[in-house]
Design a protein around this ligand. Structure first.
Ligand SMILES: [Zn+2]
Length: 195
């Protein structure tokens, strides 16, 4: 299941988020796509009753992918190749709200909309800066471990306020359970790698 979806969404981590969205474990998902990737994604959304809103700006990624707010925002008409952000949800209003909050640089409101724990949203808002674009902790458990995300292996899509953040642990366990129902193999591999 995850392998199949990753052909559409470009990575297993992104495919996982879509599974979580479809199974009501996430309210909204935010992902970055290049223009040529969008038709497949849009078709999937239409066939699966998901709403999709697209940013009116593009982002040039400074490093690996759409995980954080890294990247330079450029206008849509700029000729340089950039990624669009898309916001996916079963609830149309939430896709537009997320697009709006991101456009307004309202990190806090966006984080809350995306279903991240308030403690972690506050942590991100205080610690994320140009000099600290990766406010990550030493892993103490597989659930909140972000160190393998560049290898397409991670459960959370937010920076936990600490490796032992209760809310993040609860979320990650919930995600793993949903994932195990849909793709037992992937769930097992993730836990092996994050341990
Ligand atoms: Zn937290």
């Amino acid at each position: 299941m995850i392998d199949k979806l990753s052909l559409i969404f470009g990575s297993k981590t992104k495919a996982q988020e879509i599974v979580l969205l479809l199974n009501d474990a996430k309210p909204v998902v935010r992902q970055g796509f290049y223009p040529e990737e969008l038709p497949k994604v849009e078709r999937f959304c239409k066939n699966n009753y998901l709403f999709i809103a697209k940013s009116r700006f593009k982002v040039i990624m400074v490093d690996n992918g759409s995980y954080s707010n890294k990247g330079l925002r450029i206008p849509e008409m700029d000729k340089r190749p950039g990624m669009y952000f898309v916001y996916l949800s079963k609830d149309e209003e939430k896709t537009w709200l997320a697009a709006y909050q991101e456009m307004m640089h309202s990190d806090r409101e966006l984080g809350i909309l995306l279903g991240y724990p308030v403690c972690c949203v506050d942590y991100f808002c205080h610690s994320f800066s140009k000099s600290n674009v990766d406010p990550m902790h030493k892993p103490t458990n597989p659930y909140t471990n972000l160190t393998k995300r560049d290898q397409d292996c991670v459960l959370l899509s937010h920076f936990p306020c600490s490796s032992d953040c209760d809310h993040s642990l609860q979320l990650a366990r919930k995600y793993l359970n949903v994932l195990a129902d849909v793709d037992r193999n992937r769930a097992r591999k993730i836990m092996e790698k994050l341990r």
